[in-house]
Design a protein around this ligand. Sequence first.
Ligand code: ZN
Length: 59
Amino acid sequence: MTRKIKTVISYTVEQCDSCTELSKRKFSSGDYIFKIVSKCPSCNGEIRITKIFGETITP
Ligand SMILES: [Zn+2]
């Protein structure tokens, strides 16, 4: 009998409001969609969380 262990890793996608630059990082607690996380280094626009998703890792 084999036991399969699935690991789900959550990711957060951030996107700049002005230049639509995307970045993906690991989810950290307190993240929610439409939260403003920082200022964009290239255009000084607001960077917002646009997506939170989980990826299943199969060893
Ligand atoms: Zn920007």
